[in-house]
Ligand binder design. Structure first.
Ligand code: NAD
Length: 478
């Protein structure tokens, strides 16, 4: 079936979304999509080949003339309809993402449907500014769409991550080839269906599925102008190198090992409970997770009691059950990685003070939360991204030591600081070398720039700043 009205659910396992329709993939290899809670196979998608990548890029290139030449009010109306068609699919998207990667259904509704709707509406709001010109001496400076975008996304928040790239690129007037993670490819087809329903011209958004090889082909492709990547720092490094061939503009959203600094005068119970919640959200598979809790040495035992209390409230189980607060890890491989780090931590001398290392002996890629004490900065569990429900508690003796420890990381994505004196916390936040900081639990803001310092990435996503990666500046001298 290749009819333009066929839904994503009716798509054949051999099809990709290219040029506004379901297109038979050239390659014969398939990727099976597993539900990590039941270990059942829930779908199949093509592993795109070079011919598939070429076809998708060619469709995006053809559509670029049409879409970049469409007036801003018309483009804005399409973006607003795109947001509405995602909202109409709220339950379907949440359900599919939960089945693909195990996020509890309530969190899926918020992050995979409600948040993407606000993110696209946020981009639409800033589109009027795209027509503004700046006068600098005898120059008129204008902003123009950067071209064809290759968007490569991970599996942990699949629709949110795709929309941060696709929404911004389309708002800027670019066209896109999206390659979602091989772990969560089905939900990306539902996003394509929503875009088509919104009236996006054929070829303005193409979705190809595949393993890392397909992503590599996109990063190397001579007719892709911008590569926008979210994933691990190690793959990000390869993407950056591959992009150098035709000097693609590259934006990278990478890993993290964020510090949650509890200052001595903080409301301890709130700081620790909220800190634990942040680490365990999405089973710890969150790039911004505050996985290093830095606490004053004299408060360590109180902190451990509070962590135990917070862990006891966790409801681990079926992510489709509304009462579940923590589902499985996304893949068997991810569970192996997390269990490996828990073993490494113990070998390095850290002590499990909360949670449990007992294996899960039923179906599903579950692990139980683990809270380590006796952790020091040199340990791998304190330096490397684990991407699982593992919290390390480190102690400090004064504020300057806390700051030095917070900043002693190759990453700089996120972080938090708690104090009953908000100005003190703000001053501390200003000294943290990281792209985002939450003060006393200040909540995530989808309009604020999101991205990392150091090896956490290059560039910013979301809101007004999120459009910049997809725009070129032109100075016309008059
Ligand atoms: P990953 O790096 O393994 O894969 C990410 C994407 O890159 C996937 O689509 C994959 O198929 C593709 N890929 C793999 N090899 C490639 C190659 N050589 N060239 C091009 N593409 C390639 O990451 P993951 O395991 O899917 O996701 C987890 C990682 O993502 C974590 O490190 C996490 O911190 C990071 N992440 C970062 C952010 C952020 O905004 N900073 C957000 C979410 C996740």
């Amino acid at each position: 079936m290749t009819d333009a009205t066929t839904s994503a659910a009716e798509r054949e396992p051999s099809q990709l979304f290219i040029d506004g329709r379901w297109a038979e993939a050239f390659g014969r290899d398939r990727i099976r999509v597993e539900d990590p809670a039941t270990e059942q196979i829930i779908g199949e998608v093509p592993d795109a080949t070079k011919e598939d990548v070429d076809a998708a890029v060619a469709a995006a290139r053809r559509a670029f003339g049409v879409w970049s030449g469409t007036s801003i009010p018309e483009r804005k109306a399409v973006l607003q309809r795109f947001a509405s068609s995602i909202a109409d699919r709220r339950e379907a998207l949440a359900h599919l993402v939960t089945r693909e990667m195990g996020t509890p259904i309530g969190l899926s509704r918020i992050v995979q449907a409600d948040l993407p709707v606000s993110v696209i509406q946020g981009f639409a709001k800033h589109m009027d500014q795209l027509d503004e010109v700046e006068h600098v001496g005898n120059s008129t400076v204008v902003q123009e769409p950067a071209g064809v975008v290759g968007a490569i996304t991970p599996w942990n928040y699949p629709i949110h991550q795709a929309v941060g790239k696709v929404g911004a690129a389309l708002a800027a007037g670019c066209t896109v080839v999206l390659k979602p993670s091989e772990v969560t490819p089905l939900s990306a087809f539902l996003l394509a269906e929503a875009a088509r329903e919104a009236g996006l011209p054929d070829g303005a958004l193409n979705v190809i599925t595949g393993s890392g090889g397909a992503g590599q082909l996109m990063a190397e492709h001579p007719d892709v102008d911008v590569i926008s990547f979210t994933g691990s720092t190690s793959v990000g490094r390869r993407v950056l190198a591959a992009s150098a061939g035709n000097m693609k503009r590259s934006s990278l959203e990478l890993g993290g090992k964020s510090a949650n600094v509890v200052l001595p005068d903080a409301d301890l119970a709130t700081a620790v409970h909220r800190g634990v919640e942040h680490v365990l959200e999405n089973s710890g598979q969150t790039c911004t997770a505050w996985t290093r809790m830095l606490v004053p040495v004299h408060l360590r035992d109180d902190v451990v009691d509070l962590i135990r209390e917070a862990f006891e409230a966790v409801v681990l189980g079926d992510p489709l059950d509304e009462s579940t607060t923590m589902g499985p890890l996304a893949t068997a491989r991810q569970r192996e990685i997390v269990q490996g780090y828990v073993e490494t931590g113990q070998q390095e001398g850290a002590i499990v003070a909360a949670g449990s290392t007992d294996p899960w002996d039923a179906i599903g890629h579950y692990v139980r939360p683990v809270g380590f004490v006796n952790v020091h900065q040199g340990m791998r569990i304190a330096r490397e991204e684990i991407f699982g429900p593992v919290l390390s508690v480190l102690t400090y003796s004064d504020e300057s030591e806390a700051l030095a420890m917070a900043n002693d990381s190759v990453y700089g994505l996120s972080g938090a600081v708690w104090s009953s004196d908000r100005d003190r916390a703000y001053r501390f936040a200003r000294k943290m070398r990281t792209g985002q900081v939450s003060v006393n639990g200040g909540s995530f803001n989808p309009e604020a720039p999101f991205g990392g310092y150091k090896q956490s990435g290059i560039g910013r996503e979301l809101g007004r700043h999120g459009l910049q990666d997809f725009l070129e500046l032109k100075a016309i001298q008059l």
